[in-house]
Write a protein that binds this ligand. Structure first.
Ligand code: 8YV
Length: 331
């Protein structure tokens, strides 16, 4: 008799090719309607499943793990994993994986584009044009701030931060400063022409500040009223990291009072809901968490998540584990 396939839950809709690939290895419970499951539904659907392909929408915490003792692998379709309580997973012997590297350049492209759109007021001027406001040229119409030759500040200097630094220094002649808990070794700093500074100096000196740090209890509201007050009134802030790193209410107030010039936001506290004040402000560019959303990159992310699930449940060490220590209890 053929061995039965392990059961897995694919928590959100994915590319049909990814689903077909997973179906070759697993009994797949898919979600073709792309419903975002609440905690109780997720718990019910996870009963008896050995694996799960998750996204940032699914919260994986201790209570869920306790209620789903058969769960052994959570493959996150994202590089960020703040939706997962990793220590709780490790304690429960659940291996978690993410999708690093494959999205670095695409996400850096988007971060740079969002920063440029913010500095050069692209969304605001497009709205003006569409609304029929463009009747004549004017010397000061939608004047913004330059990217080339300005100071790029990066908070968080992991893979995506470094890819943004490279674009700024080598592509746009920017002076690059960054703040990160650990300073990069000189052989990594030097090709990026990036200089480590204190967080305070970063906030004070950046013409364009880009946030690329992971969300954690430590980075919650890393940018709040006090930090915004240190920034230059002409500065812009771009967040492609996670909602919750910025205090959105404080940011809306700073933007309203023109204490900073503008913001570009791809992520929000409590998304997909937005702080209502952000929707009213002209000097903010808003996008719906799409920094990694090129077709090629989303395919690569889905493939890597599938690779991880297939390897881990097939008894092979997966390519990109988050808590490799859980591998010992699984293997
Ligand atoms: C994902 C992301 O699209 O990878 C990440 O951390 O933020 C995005 O690329 C999103 O998290 C969906 O899971």
């Amino acid at each position: 008799m053929p061995e039965s396939k392990p059961a897995v839950l694919v928590a959100r809709a994915v590319f049909p090719q990814t689903l077909q690939r997973l179906q070759q290895h697993f009994e797949v419970q898919a979600n073709p309607d792309d419903t975002v499951y609440d905690g109780a539904t997720l718990q019910a659907l996870l009963q008896g499943q050995a694996g799960m392909l998750a996204t940032g929408s699914e919260r994986i915490a201790a209570a869920l793990l306790a209620a789903c003792p058969q769960l052994r692998v959570v493959a996150n379709l994202a590089v960020g994993f703040n939706n997962i309580d990793v220590p709780a997973c490790t304690a429960a012997g659940v291996l978690c994986t993410n999708t690093p590297d494959v999205l670095t350049e695409t996400t850096a492209d988007f971060g740079f584009a969002l920063m440029m759109a913010t500095a050069r007021r692209m969304a605001e001027s497009e709205r003006f044009l569409r609304q029929g406001g463009w009747t004549k040229w004017a010397y000061d119409m939608f004047t913004g701030s330059d990217i080339h030759g300005s100071t790029l500040g990066i908070l968080g200097m992991g893979r995506i931060g470094q890819a943004i630094a490279r674009r700024g220094a080598l592509g746009f002649g920017m002076r690059v400063i960054y703040h990160n808990r650990s300073r990069l070794p000189p052989d990594q700093e030097q090709p990026l022409q990036a200089t480590w500074v204190s967080k305070e100096a970063l906030l004070q000196q950046a013409d364009h500040l880009v946030l690329v740090l992971p969300y954690s209890a430590q980075s919650h509201h890393a940018i709040g009223a006090a930090e915004l007050a240190l920034m230059q009134p002409s500065a812009t802030l771009t967040n492609i990291a996670r909602g919750g790193i910025v205090d959105d209410a404080a940011l809306a107030q700073a933007l309203r009072e023109r204490r900073i010039a503008a913001a570009g936001l791809d992520v929000f506290e409590g998304e997909p809901k937005l702080h209502p004040a952000l929707l009213e402000l002209p000097n903010v560019v808003l996008t719906p968490h799409i920094a990694s959303a090129s077709v090629a990159t989303r395919r690569a992310m889905a493939e890597l998540a599938a690779d991880n699930l297939i390897a881990a449940l097939g008894g092979t060490r997966p390519p990109t584990p988050i808590n490799p220590q859980a591998w010992a209890s699984l293997a």
